[in-house]
Design a protein around this ligand. Sequence first.
Ligand SMILES: [Zn+2]
Length: 77
Amino acid sequence: MTCFMCKGRLENSLSTFMTDLGSCIIIVKNVPPQVCRQCGEVSYANDVTRQLEQIVTSIKKTVHTEIAVVNYVDQAV
Ligand SMILES: [Zn+2]
């Protein structure tokens, strides 16, 4: 796969995904995005995006703290 910004090479990496829902901030650690070697653009594969959405949805229902920190690997189905 190549970068859609600069056509550089994408490498698998690990990063932290964070989303602010207003009443709650969700931090997902060890998310595996692909990062461009050339320009640093970060992109998530479709299944990773779907997994993140599922994690966020289930945390919204079950966790009632202001900040929730989870590990992507623990949550992945
Ligand atoms: Zn790039």
